[in-house]
Structure formats: C-alpha cells, structure tokens
Design a protein around this ligand. Sequence first.
Ligand code: SAM
Ligand code: SF4
Length: 337
Amino acid sequence: MIDLIETGAELLVDAFRRPITYLRVSVTDRCNLRCVYCMPEAGLPWIPKPEILSYEEITAIVRAAASIGVRSIRLTGGEPLIRRDLARLVGMIAAVPGIDDVALSTNGLLLAEQAPALAAAGLHRVNVSLDTLDDARFTAIARRPGLAKTLAGIDAALAHGLTPVKLNCVLMRGTNDDELEAFAALTRERAVHVRFIEVMPVEENVALQRDAWISSDEVLARLRALGALREVPNPHGNGPARTFAYDDAPGTVGVISPLAHDYCERCNRVRLTADGRLRLCLFGDNHIDLRTPLRAGKGEHAIVEMLRASMHVKPERHHLRLGETASAMRAFSEIGG
Ligand code: SAM
Ligand code: SF4
C-alpha cells in the first residue's frame, strides 16, 4: 500500500470530518432478476450503452480516488456479473496502487461459472443476495427462477476463497420473515455472514416498503430468542452492519438499518453510477458528473480535484423517514452490498 502521509497527498475527508475510503462502483444498471423491492417487472429505461463507463474509464476514476485515500472498491449494479468479462475490470482495479480491497455484490446467478476467473484476477470477497431458501419463493421474489444457481454461486465463492462471504437478506413481513430462523441456523453450519437488511423505499415499492418493513430491533429480538448472541466485529471492515454470533458458530448474523441515522454517522463511502456520476448519498439527488471531464481528456488530476470538491456537497445525513420515498431518485442500483 502507498503511504499517503509520506507522499504528502491530502486524504479525502468530507465536511463532517468523515474520511472517505470506500467507493462503490456500479458497472451496469441492468439485471437478470427483477426483485420486487428493487426493480419493476418490465425493467427500467436502461442507460444507453455509449453512456456507460468503459473499464478504462472506471479504472482512471479508481486511480484518482486511490491517490487520495480510497482503499476499498465494491463492484455492484444492477447485476455486475452480466457485464462482459468483469474479471478483466477486477484485475485492472486490483493493480491500482493503494487499493487493498476489491469486493463484489451479486445475486449469485452467474457466480459459480465466474468465481475461478474472478478470484484469479484479484477479487477478495463477495456479498451475495439471498432472500429465501425456498425455490418457489425465490421465483416469486426475484420474478425469475434461480435459487439453485445462487446456492451454487455461494458454494463456489467459499471454495475459491472469496471470503468472508456475506449473504444479504431483505426481510419482508409476510413474505420471507418466517425464514429468519433458517438463515440463523445456516450461520451455525457454514462460514457465511447473513445480514438482514430493512427494506428501503424506492419509487416502485412504496406500498411494499410500508407494509413489509421490519425493524432491525425486532429482527435482533427474534435472533436473540434462538440462543445466546455475542456482538462481534464486522467480518472484514467496519461496514454498516451490527454483527453477532452464536456460540461456536462459524458464521455471523447482522442487521443493517439504512433508515437509522447512526448509519450516516459512520458513512465512509461515495458511489459511482454506471454512467459516471458520483453520488454522495444513497438517498439524495446530489451528484457530480465525472464522465464529461474524463471524456474531454481532462486527466486524472482534474478528477482528483472534482472528488475533493464533492466533499463539500456530501450531506451529513439522509432525511428519509419510514414510509417516504426518495423523491426522483432510484436508490436500487446503489444500495446495500
Ligand atoms: N444485483 C446485485 C445484488 O442483488 O446483490 C447487486 C446490486 S443490488 C441493488 C445490492 C443490494 O441492494 C442487494 O443486496 C439487494 O438486496 C439490496 N436492495 C435492493 N433494493 C433494496 C431495497 N429497496 N431495500 C433494501 N435493500 C435493497
Ligand atoms: Fe437485480 Fe440485485 Fe436489484 Fe435483485 S436486488 S433486481 S438482483 S439489482
């Protein structure tokens, strides 16, 4: 890792003194599933292909970010594994000086076939979305079949050392909340880290979000009822989850509560959309266009300056409350992971 203190580079710190060390990169807005809480069945008005950043453009932004203190990159989407030869991008990012953590958020459908190449290219770890262990229910939630492939993807991730493997489960009352116990049991058997995520509001799911939302406090109470839980450090890094383990369990359970404000207090991240906009907050419209200067040949120095300038517009916290939706924005392509 390069020592930025020694090189004299000023690190990326926002107006509220939060060091920004984590960049989430959406590589596509498209997806091979249509999860009810995330995307409409018919899909979205997809970003035209020419507007999507190339791997070279993404790497240039990562290089600029790494030169001022960003250390962790997470590739996400849409579904990142549907973008052709993602392993090539992983290799390019893993080679950037200063980047010491390259992670992927995926629905897992294409993971079994790509895990060897991704691991060889330098991917460190994966988060896989898994909302149910029941085949028919998977098809109902994701509006496409795929449970067997996702489970095979999780096996492949463990086999190829893409660890810690975190499983993101969006818990919805009346849909899959009766599986909480089965997910907890999974962490006693395997080295998987299940994180229950509260449903967040996006444009299409306001009714679902209002009716299905389960608080992290309730989830924790139900987890505690299953056996003694001790709070443990977050496996790998200090992400937004509060994490716990049962005695002798190889895995952990955790809760992520994006609507809670302590989530904002610990915010260390910014997001890059597939079409090259830097988003400063998950729930908010403020963004900065990095693609235009990049394509105008402004160079990495200009990107560094824009990243620094963005720190003045990163809000202290989101102002979303339960039952509201995030105005004109779609949070779906940038959540969780
Ligand atoms: N397609 C990949 C996947 O499903 O993991 C990566 C992108 S997906 C948007 C990232 C994460 O956001 C997933 O874990 C998904 O469950 C979560 N997510 C999407 N919409 C959400 C919502 N409305 N509320 C809570 N989590 C959501
Ligand atoms: Fe696709 Fe992930 Fe959204 Fe599901 S949560 S529709 S897999 S992007």
